[in-house]
Write a protein that binds this ligand. Structure first.
Ligand code: CP3
Length: 347
């Protein structure tokens, strides 16, 4: 098979013949073969076995026909290397043994050591670089999103302790953002040196902040991360997560190539808010996949029509796939986006 670079061209705002498609959380529990592997391996055990992690990464590429692979890993993996003990608990998510809440806790965080602690992930990336005929996207969690787990100790709806640190001890907060920023920069550079063709920074929960707080407490470290990666040629995606529409106008100067949108902001409006410098990615509501196929296609059509209006659009969901999603519908949706966008783009 010839190498499929549609995703890379769209990320660089170059013309394409069909829209590229991939799905956040495309490797996962909606797939019976993945569930079978999970019967004998935890997520972290899969990540420790490069051949198996590469196989799981490739499963959705083969089954769904998507135009990019996303490394099978988790945003929490690098925090083990800075000295944070965590587990991914079934039906809960990341759980931290000793939450990070004081100056002493932050002081103790070490610099990341990719060679010593994350060589298995680098090996997975090198295997995938050899085997894939679509681009490999690798990723890191952004400082706010990682900090929300480290401080709360587990998934949260209110982010009460995270916001408490941010408001009550801003200096401490910024020192944590900077340490996590350093971790992210080193980790993403290593991923790209080992063969990643694009990176995505997942800031899944930053939409919990007001625009002003985003600007004051989070934007500086996001800006620094992308500035420090700007010499590397790979396209870079910032995903500001769910409910992030009001943050989009603050991203105009970011040295990223692509901005991820959730379903609350239409593609054309998202483009208007971030400005002409970016490609955009998204933004179908993942739970639309519960609908019958004609309803899914009608909504997808609207998104595709807006996306095709100018170069620089990547079809995706507005957030990750959920375990109850249907593999057959995903396969059909992927084919539909390819076919229908080919018609629109050639018209
Ligand atoms: O297919 C892919 O997208 C690649 C793999 C991937 C995982 N996590 C594997 C995983 C990616 C890109 C992530 C990123 C991630 N992890 C994010 C950002 C994306 C998002 O959804 O907002 C976040 C916030 C996490 C933290 C995390 N990990 C949570 C909240 C959970 C539990 C939620 C759940 O659905 O159970 C995890 C566990 C996790 N990470 C699973 C997978 C496939 C599900 C459990 C499992 O299969 O073991």
């Amino acid at each position: 098979m010839p190498y499929n670079d549609t995703f890379l061209r769209a990320a660089r705002k170059q013309p394409v013949e069909t829209l590229p498609v991939w799905y956040m959380r495309q490797a996962g529990r909606y797939d019976p073969d993945y569930r079978k592997i999970k019967e004998t391996h935890s997520l972290l055990e899969i990540c420790l076995k490069p051949e198996l992690a590469a196989e799981v990464t490739m499963m959705p590429v083969k089954k769904l026909g998507v135009d990019a692979a996303i490394l099978y890993s988790d945003i929490m993996n690098p925090v083990a290397s800075i000295g944070v003990d965590f587990d991914i608990v079934k039906n809960v998510g990341p759980v931290i043994a000793n939450p990070i809440r004081t100056a002493a806790d932050i002081e103790k965080l070490r610099p990341i050591d990719v060679d010593k602690d994350l060589s298995h992930i680098m090996e997975t990336i090198r295997i995938l670089d050899r085997e894939l005929d679509v681009p490999l996207i690798t990723f890191a969690g952004a400082p706010f999103t990682i900090a929300s787990y480290l401080i709360e100790g587990r998934p949260s709806k209110s982010y009460i302790r995270t916001k408490e640190m941010m408001y009550a001890e801003p200096q401490l907060w910024h020192s944590l953002m900077n340490k996590l920023g350093d971790m992210v920069i080193t980790y993403l550079k290593a991923q790209m040196a080992n063969g990643a063709k694009a990176i995505q920074l997942f800031d899944s929960w930053v939409g919990a902040l007001s625009p002003d707080d985003f600007k004051q407490f989070v934007y500086p470290v996001i800006q620094r991360i992308f500035a420090e990666l700007s010499d590397l040629p790979q396209p870079k995606i910032y995903f500001p997560g769910v409910a992030s529409g009001e943050l989009l106008p603050y991203l105009r100067e970011l040295q990223a190539d692509v901005i991820g949108l959730d379903w609350r902001v239409p593609i054309a409006e998202g483009r208007r808010r971030v400005g002409p410098g970016f490609a955009v990615q998204g933004n179908m509501d993942p739970y639309l996949l519960t609908a019958p196929m004609p309803v899914i296609q009608a909504k997808a059509k609207q998104i595709i029509d807006e996306g095709c209006r100018e170069p620089g659009y990547i079809f995706n969901l507005g957030h990750g796939l959920f375990p109850e999603a249907s593999l057959d519908k995903l396969k059909e949706l992927t084919a539909f986006v390819h076919e229908y966008s080919r018609e629109v783009l050639s018209a």
